[in-house]
Ligand binder design. Structure first.
Ligand code: 9YT
Length: 133
Protein backbone atom coordinates (compact mmCIF):
# COMPACT_ATOMS: atom_id res chain seq x y z
CA UNK A 1 0.00 0.00 0.00
CA UNK A 2 1.26 3.43 -0.94
CA UNK A 3 -0.28 6.75 0.12
CA UNK A 4 0.87 10.11 -1.25
CA UNK A 5 -0.41 13.63 -0.74
CA UNK A 6 -0.50 16.08 -3.65
CA UNK A 7 0.67 18.92 -1.42
CA UNK A 8 3.79 16.94 -0.47
CA UNK A 9 4.48 15.75 -4.02
CA UNK A 10 4.29 19.34 -5.28
CA UNK A 11 7.22 20.21 -3.02
CA UNK A 12 9.37 17.40 -4.45
CA UNK A 13 11.01 16.58 -7.77
CA UNK A 14 7.71 14.97 -8.80
CA UNK A 15 6.66 18.49 -9.88
CA UNK A 16 7.77 19.21 -13.46
CA UNK A 17 7.39 22.73 -14.85
CA UNK A 18 7.25 23.40 -18.60
CA UNK A 19 6.39 26.48 -20.65
CA UNK A 20 2.60 26.06 -20.85
CA UNK A 21 1.97 23.61 -18.02
CA UNK A 22 3.19 22.03 -14.86
CA UNK A 23 2.55 18.53 -13.64
CA UNK A 24 2.97 16.61 -10.42
CA UNK A 25 3.56 12.94 -11.13
CA UNK A 26 2.05 11.23 -8.13
CA UNK A 27 2.48 7.63 -9.32
CA UNK A 28 5.25 6.49 -11.67
CA UNK A 29 6.73 3.49 -13.42
CA UNK A 30 8.77 2.47 -10.42
CA UNK A 31 5.55 1.95 -8.45
CA UNK A 32 4.95 -1.05 -10.75
CA UNK A 33 1.27 -0.35 -11.37
CA UNK A 34 1.46 -0.43 -15.19
CA UNK A 35 0.33 3.20 -15.50
CA UNK A 36 1.30 6.61 -14.18
CA UNK A 37 -1.00 9.20 -12.59
CA UNK A 38 -0.44 12.95 -12.74
CA UNK A 39 -2.17 16.12 -11.58
CA UNK A 40 -1.48 18.66 -14.31
CA UNK A 41 -2.15 22.39 -14.49
CA UNK A 42 -2.36 24.01 -17.92
CA UNK A 43 -1.72 27.73 -17.79
CA UNK A 44 -4.49 30.08 -19.00
CA UNK A 45 -4.49 31.37 -22.58
CA UNK A 46 -2.04 28.78 -23.90
CA UNK A 47 -2.11 26.43 -26.89
CA UNK A 48 0.07 23.32 -26.72
CA UNK A 49 0.62 20.87 -29.61
CA UNK A 50 0.89 17.33 -28.24
CA UNK A 51 1.41 13.94 -29.84
CA UNK A 52 2.01 11.03 -27.50
CA UNK A 53 3.32 8.57 -30.08
CA UNK A 54 4.61 6.21 -27.42
CA UNK A 55 1.84 6.43 -24.85
CA UNK A 56 -1.91 6.09 -24.38
CA UNK A 57 -3.43 8.74 -22.14
CA UNK A 58 -6.76 9.53 -20.49
CA UNK A 59 -7.29 13.07 -19.17
CA UNK A 60 -10.03 14.13 -16.73
CA UNK A 61 -10.83 17.84 -16.24
CA UNK A 62 -11.22 18.78 -12.57
CA UNK A 63 -11.52 22.55 -13.12
CA UNK A 64 -11.14 25.18 -15.80
CA UNK A 65 -12.28 25.59 -19.40
CA UNK A 66 -10.65 24.92 -22.75
CA UNK A 67 -10.78 22.83 -25.88
CA UNK A 68 -8.92 20.10 -27.67
CA UNK A 69 -8.51 19.95 -31.45
CA UNK A 70 -7.58 16.68 -33.10
CA UNK A 71 -5.10 17.77 -35.75
CA UNK A 72 -5.89 15.02 -38.28
CA UNK A 73 -9.53 16.06 -38.81
CA UNK A 74 -9.74 19.56 -37.30
CA UNK A 75 -12.49 18.52 -34.86
CA UNK A 76 -12.74 20.69 -31.73
CA UNK A 77 -14.04 19.29 -28.43
CA UNK A 78 -14.87 21.61 -25.52
CA UNK A 79 -13.33 20.82 -22.14
CA UNK A 80 -15.06 21.68 -18.86
CA UNK A 81 -15.12 20.18 -15.37
CA UNK A 82 -16.24 16.56 -15.73
CA UNK A 83 -14.86 16.02 -19.26
CA UNK A 84 -12.70 12.93 -19.83
CA UNK A 85 -10.81 12.72 -23.11
CA UNK A 86 -9.17 9.48 -24.12
CA UNK A 87 -6.30 9.46 -26.62
CA UNK A 88 -6.84 5.87 -27.70
CA UNK A 89 -5.38 6.42 -31.19
CA UNK A 90 -2.22 8.28 -30.13
CA UNK A 91 -4.12 11.24 -31.59
CA UNK A 92 -2.04 14.33 -32.36
CA UNK A 93 -3.87 17.31 -30.84
CA UNK A 94 -3.70 20.92 -29.78
CA UNK A 95 -4.72 21.65 -26.21
CA UNK A 96 -6.05 25.18 -25.65
CA UNK A 97 -6.70 26.51 -22.17
CA UNK A 98 -9.13 29.45 -21.99
CA UNK A 99 -8.62 29.62 -18.23
CA UNK A 100 -6.23 27.72 -15.98
CA UNK A 101 -7.17 24.04 -16.18
CA UNK A 102 -6.50 21.30 -13.65
CA UNK A 103 -6.44 17.75 -15.02
CA UNK A 104 -5.92 14.27 -13.63
CA UNK A 105 -4.00 12.25 -16.27
CA UNK A 106 -3.22 8.56 -16.60
CA UNK A 107 -0.50 7.21 -18.91
CA UNK A 108 0.10 3.70 -20.24
CA UNK A 109 2.98 2.80 -20.35
CA UNK A 110 3.82 4.76 -17.21
CA UNK A 111 6.13 7.74 -17.28
CA UNK A 112 9.44 7.40 -15.47
CA UNK A 113 9.14 10.83 -13.94
CA UNK A 114 11.20 13.57 -15.52
CA UNK A 115 9.85 13.53 -19.10
CA UNK A 116 8.93 16.78 -20.74
CA UNK A 117 7.64 17.20 -24.30
CA UNK A 118 10.14 16.80 -27.12
CA UNK A 119 9.82 19.14 -30.13
CA UNK A 120 7.12 16.90 -31.67
CA UNK A 121 5.02 17.04 -28.50
CA UNK A 122 5.84 13.47 -27.49
CA UNK A 123 7.52 11.86 -24.51
CA UNK A 124 10.36 9.42 -25.10
CA UNK A 125 9.90 5.88 -23.84
CA UNK A 126 13.02 5.98 -21.68
CA UNK A 127 13.88 8.78 -19.31
CA UNK A 128 15.40 9.41 -15.91
CA UNK A 129 13.48 7.92 -13.03
CA UNK A 130 12.33 9.76 -9.95
CA UNK A 131 12.85 7.56 -6.93
CA UNK A 132 11.53 8.13 -3.46
CA UNK A 133 14.30 8.96 -1.01
C1 9YT B 1 -3.14 17.28 -20.45
C2 9YT B 1 -2.00 16.41 -20.76
O1 9YT B 1 -1.77 15.95 -21.85
N1 9YT B 1 -1.26 16.12 -19.73
C3 9YT B 1 -0.11 15.34 -19.91
C4 9YT B 1 0.55 15.12 -18.66
C5 9YT B 1 1.39 16.26 -18.25
N2 9YT B 1 1.67 17.19 -19.30
C6 9YT B 1 2.63 15.64 -17.71
O2 9YT B 1 2.61 15.07 -16.63
O3 9YT B 1 3.66 15.72 -18.41
Amino acid sequence: MIVRQLQDAEKSDRRIVAENWESTRMLLKNDNMGFSFHITTIYANTATPIHYKNHLEAVYCISGEGEIETTADGKVYPISPGTLYILDQHDPHILRAHSEIQFACVFNPPLHGTETHDPSGAYPLEANAITDA
